[in-house]
Design a protein around this ligand. Structure first.
Ligand SMILES: [Zn+2]
Ligand SMILES: [Zn+2]
Ligand SMILES: [Zn+2]
Ligand SMILES: [Zn+2]
Length: 422
């Protein structure tokens, strides 16, 4: 693809360095785009050359410069394989070989606003909000999530960012049938378009004891499987399986804290082929405390398109400390393309030596002397943390052992600094 011939759908809409729109340079090797102003020499390329000049973005230049493997693309071969190689940006084909267009390296005149290899990924996103009718739509996680993504899709066709709020209050078979017809129509556009990123938010209550989910304001399902069968009718399942679907369960922790419901949730993750499923453990779950987590999620994983790996998840969790204090986070992942696909589950807990030893909640009140906030914690043998009541004459203590198979996720680098100003 030559400079100035941006193709919607194959390339991002916003400059990956400054996040502005109206970019003119589309990378020939990846979906990133760049404002032409960022490269000084661009304006000196005569109009008649612009159609044949090829452009390689700074991210591709760095990635290819560091790689050892030889490539099959002749444009890639033109890039100097050396870390720190001077940036050339533009290439031209001469006798079936690409060479830099300019005799000298080009000058890049901007800084990184986001991480160096991020993107501004505006490929199609479809948000489906399955919400128990009595729970507010306004200010809900799904609605805030949608509005935060909107600015990135301002110039796109409306189909690229789609939000559907589907409230339900199903008390009879005919309610269920109405829901089936409604949701089938809602997801219908997804059945005739290329792969989209589908995000399903489920916002309902779960039964305190059984962890089953609510169909209606006062009606819990018999089992989690029943609930999924009614809320996701067969046609909807077929559609979800085709796309890159994530499912966010915004409901009280009983869903994942009772064995039967937890297993059923895992089972549905596999049958619906959900790539990523996130659920919360807090027994009295507050969706509002997850807003910063989901806003960060939208920015990082959907827009910047960073890989869904612990390193990036750790960064996101650090930004969501209100969530850390409130709830553990469960992540289920399923990849239908694996040779033998299975649901892999990880749990993320916020730990703090003083107040959350190995992620366990300390009681506010000492069970022995009834004093409030009286515990002092100390790390002892093999990482065990011992909480002792500091009230005079009280000997109460409790030991928290480090659970097996745990990794403490590294805190991302960087810090805020405060400066005094006149
Ligand atoms: Zn590129
Ligand atoms: Zn820019
Ligand atoms: Zn609830
Ligand atoms: Zn005590």
């Amino acid at each position: 693809m030559a400079v100035f011939s941006m193709h919607k759908g194959t390339h991002d809409s916003f400059c990956y360095l400054c996040q502005n729109g109206g970019c003119a340079l589309a990378c020939d090797l990846c979906p990133r785009v760049l404002c032409s102003e960022h490269i000084e020499q661009f304006k000196t390329i005569p109009a008649q050359d612009r159609a044949s000049v090829r452009f390689v973005c700074p991210a591709c230049h760095v990635i290819i410069g560091r790689s050892r493997t030889s490539s099959t693309s002749s444009l890639r071969d033109a890039i100097q394989r050396a870390p720190g190689a001077p940036y050339r940006a533009f290439y031209i084909e001469v006798n079936k070989k690409f060479t830099p267009y300019f005799a000298n390296p080009v000058n890049l005149t901007t800084e990184y606003h986001i991480s160096q290899s991020a993107r501004v990924n505006t490929s199609p996103i479809f948000i489906l909000h399955l919400r128990l009718e009595c729970l507010e739509e306004e200010g809900s996680v799904a609605s805030v999530f949608f509005h935060a993504l909107k600015p990135y899709f301002a110039n796109e066709d409306t189909i690229h960012l789609h939000y559907a709020d589907v409230p339900f209050n199903l008390n009879t078979d005919s309610d269920a049938e109405k829901h089936r017809r409604l949701i089938t129509t809602v997801v219908e556009p997804l059945s005739h378009q290329g792969k989209a990123r589908v995000l399903v938010f489920v916002y309902t209550h779960s039964h305190d004891v059984h962890g089953t989910l609510y169909y209606g304001t006062n009606l819990a399902s018999q089992t989690v499987d029943n609930w999924f069968d009614v809320l996701f009718p067969p046609d909807v399942r077929d559609v979800l399986r085709v796309h890159d679907t994530s499912l966010f369960m915004l409901c009280c922790g009983a869903l994942v804290n009772t064995t039967q419901s937890y297993q059923a949730l895992k089972g549905n993750c596999a049958t619906l082929q959900i790539r990523r499923l996130i659920a919360f453990e807090a027994s009295h779950f507050q969706a509002a405390l997850t807003v910063s987590f989901f806003l960060g999620y939208a920015q990082k994983f959907l827009i910047e398109n960073v890989t869904f790996a612990d390193m990036h998840l750790a960064d996101l969790l650090w930004q969501s400390l209100s969530l850390g204090r409130h709830s553990r986070v469960l992540l289920m992942q399923y990849n239908p393309e694996d040779p033998s696909p299975r649901v892999a589950v990880s749990e993320y807990r916020w730990i703090h030596k003083g107040v959350r030893p190995w992620g366990y909640r300390l009681p506010i009140q000492c069970p022995s002397c009834h004093g409030l906030f009286t515990f002092k914690n100390k790390e002892e043998l093999r990482g065990a943390i011992v909480s002792r009541c500091k009230t005079r004459d009280c000997t109460y203590s409790q030991t928290f052992n480090r659970p097996d198979d745990t990794v403490v996720l590294k805190r991302p680098e960087g810090a805020w600094m405060k400066l005094g100003r006149e």
